[in-house]
Write a protein that binds this ligand. Sequence first.
Ligand code: PFF
Length: 439
Amino acid sequence: MARESWTSRVGFILAAVGSAVGLGNVWRFPWMTAEYGGSAFLVVYLCIVLLVGVPGLLAEFVIGRRAKRNPAGALARLAPGTKSWGYVGLFGVVTGLVLLSFYSVVGGWIVRYFVASFTGSYFAEPGAYFDAISFGREAAAFQIAFLALTALVVLGGVRGGIEKATKVMMPLIVVLLAVLAGWAVTQPGAGAGLSFYLDFDPTPIKRNPIDMLRAAAGQALFTLSLGVGTMITYASYLGEDNSLAFDGSTISVLNTGVGVLAGLVVFPLLFAFQGGLSDTASGGGPGALFVSVAGAFQQVPYGEIVAVGFFGAILFAALSSSISMLEIPVAYLVDEHDVSRRNATVGLTGLVLVTGAVCAFNPGIFGFVAGTLVDLMLTAGLAGFLIFTGWVLGADALAEFDSGAGGVARALGTPWLWSVRTILPLFLLVTLAVNLYAL
Ligand code: PFF
């Protein structure tokens, strides 16, 4: 059977943006920014996206398009005779399952807020509401609903499911966030939130530079879906005439833009309606998104309708990311072990139901997986992919990079390859060591 491919270039970009843009932008980014000191975190994060994220994304594209396989198969096939590279890819497959285990808990929160938006039942006491619903039996039930939706899209295959769905999801979320941000920044009290977010204050960097770097690097990789092999898998369905450099830059800019926009919604709202950040989970932690927007929905006319649209769009964005997490292990079983797509999807979803329930019932484990463990696994994974691209593929990587690229992009190929060989893996390995030390 011929391998499927994207129906168009826009289809690929949209799907990759769909994977990148998700709860990482609208939920994890405000949480991390709040936790690590606002504007300083934003600056460090943006630098890492540009200097590490974009070249890293291109490395994954190069591997994927060259091998036309899932990450484990790709690395094994491109380095024949050495089994160990296949394990690096396999590590990504496992990471995908770990990610989905906690991501589906948050996805479940989104489903719940979407439903609750019809009546506005969380508007009045947003903090108490979040604290009451975020973990436990009901959280697990909504998580199952989210996982079921994810599995349904993955079952549809590359063209049928992922591509079609993403085309609708992306523009909607941008428009809704932009409208909300425009409204949020004009509210009385919003100024303090804006200044927390945008007025550069280096104090948090000076206080703990290493910790800041570690967290910002983890967030940069998470938001671009790097270090797992998602982008390897997506690029494996790509034709040789796409300019990887152009597509990679477009995806990074769109993705980062959505994250920054989400910050413009969350921080002004938190300061305008909730009196700023608090130390509780709902004030400055994993609940920041949910609590902040509730304040807005209570004030605006027809708040329930706006809320339904908002959480509906976020649900779409979350799904286009979660399907990319599930797609990696599914593609692995289909490509490498001849399992049918249906059996692979059903079996793996069943597995995540179990690992995910552990996160849904235990806030401590959830926090560890969603924060520290994710930072650690993504950093290790991307370091492996970069070393592979730079040292195993070498000149072949450059040839793949150049294929379909215009003049400007080609000029960037050599410096890109050198950074992929040297400074970038070094940076990630140091970050990894810091992550391990912080355990
Ligand atoms: N980038 C996604 C987000 O920001 O929500 C999360 C993600 C998806 C990370 C897929 C990793 C991945 F492989």
